[in-house]
Design a protein around this ligand. Structure first.
Ligand code: HEM
Ligand code: NAG
Ligand code: NAG
Length: 324
């Protein structure tokens, strides 16, 4: 009897280990995933990104953001790139993306080039990850080795993209912390990743409430932004302002310095330095490029690890805009 019980316990433990290894363990992405199957992948991607950013510097910011919005919705699976089909609505028109996420044409250009070099080998999800890395580097930011081996989803998830998993710009600090924790990212990761707002732009509709209604804002900064963004909702909604007023085209630590001066453009920026638990991190990043870069790089790699499709899951899409 005792013996049987022990056997049952052993079998159950064994089955649980099998299930763990099949479905729950962190899939292993590696930086040399394509070194044999597509050796010229990195220079091919870099060249297209370089051209696009030379033509329009903001594109670097847009490509970096694309990676974030891909990873937070069902993991880094290229789902954000899918157009609507007859069987699903894509993520492109979900609240956080509609009229704001950009860079799809650049991804298309890279994909068709990579398909010519190594047909059917490199996923769209990995192209987005490499592109984000190259974009940061091109604007003077840190370089890191991107982990690869993600596969592409066959479906998009409009509902998830609209559900608040991507936190809104009106977020409280608590909401930001919770939303990142739900993805396995720490508060430190969140503050470092927010440093991405050292480049790029935001539309009036995302910061109107802050510049007209909040008191933790530098007055001359608020006044200058009000000239870009009229108070009446519906007027000038798409007018854009830079997220880092000091050096919007350089991947530096000036975003954090501006937060200390109460010149965060979004509510979700300023809450990082507003008397709460993350003030000390903002101060640390504002003083040390090394501290910011090393935490940013670690957090980007961790964000790239969010629920990838690997092995025989998903597919390698031929066209990033639709499933095969
Ligand atoms: C912490 C939570 C975050 C919130 C609430 C947030 C919100 C926003 C908003 C509202 C915009 C402007 C979008 C528009 O105009 O419609 C924006 C732009 C941007 N975000 Fe974030 N973001 C967050 C985190 C991140 C992260 C983690 C990254 C990347 C690592 C990122 C990268 C960017 C970039 C580069 C832009 C400028 C894009 C461009 O100019 O095209 N953001 N963000
Ligand atoms: C996306 O934006 C367009 C243009 O402003 C608008 O007509 C459309 O209704 C929006 N889509 C969704 C799903 O909200
Ligand atoms: C300012 O806040 C008030 C009260 O919440 C709101 O009715 C108004 O629309 C806000 N103004 C702007 C420009 O967001």
């Amino acid at each position: 009897m005792e013996y049987n019980k022990q056997r049952i316990v052993l079998v159950v433990v064994y089955l649980m280990m099998l299930m763990w290894s099949c479905c729950y363990s962190q899939a292993q992405l590696r930086s040399d995933f394509y070194s044999e199957s597509c050796p010229s992948l990195f220079p091919a991607v870099r060249q297209v990104v370089q051209r696009a950013v030379a033509k329009e510097p903001r594109m670097a910011a847009s490509l970096l953001r694309l990676f974030f919005h891909d990873c937070f919705v069902n993991g880094c699976d290229g789902s954000i790139l899918l157009d609507d089909t007859s069987s699903f609505v894509g993520e492109k028109t979900a609240g956080p993306n509609n009229n704001s996420v950009r860079g799809f044409e650049v991804i298309d250009r890279i994909k068709s080039r990579v398909e010519r070099l190594c047909p059917g080998v490199v996923s769209c999800a990995d192209i987005v990850a490499i592109t984000a890395r190259d974009s940061v580097l091109l604007l003077g930011g840190p370089k890191w080795s991107v982990k690869l081996g993600r596969r592409d989803s066959t479906k998009a998830n409009f509902k998830a993209a609209n559900s608040g998993v991507i936190p809104p710009p009106s977020s409280t600090l608590k909401n930001l912390i919770n939303r990142f924790r739900a993805q396995g990212l720490s508060t430190r990761d969140m503050v470092a990743l927010s440093g991405a707002h050292t480049i790029g732009q935001a539309r009036c509709v995302t910061f109107r409430n802050r510049i007209y209604n909040q008191s933790n804002i530098d007055l001359s900064f608020a006044l200058s932004r009000r000239r870009i963004c009229p108070a009446a909702s519906g007027s000038g909604d798409n007018n854009a302002a830079v997220l880092d007023p000091r050096s919007p085209g350089r991947f530096d630590l000036s975003y954090y310095k501006q937060l200390i001066k109460q010149r965060g453009l979004l509510t979700s920026d300023q809450v990082l330095f507003n008397g709460g638990s993350t003030d000390s991190l903002v101060v640390a990043y504002s003083r040390s490029l090394y501290a910011f870069y090393s935490d940013f790089v670690r957090a980007m790699i961790r964000m790239g690890d969010i629920r990838p499709l690997t092995g025989s899951n998903g597919q390698i899409r031929h066209n990033c805009r639709r499933p095969n």
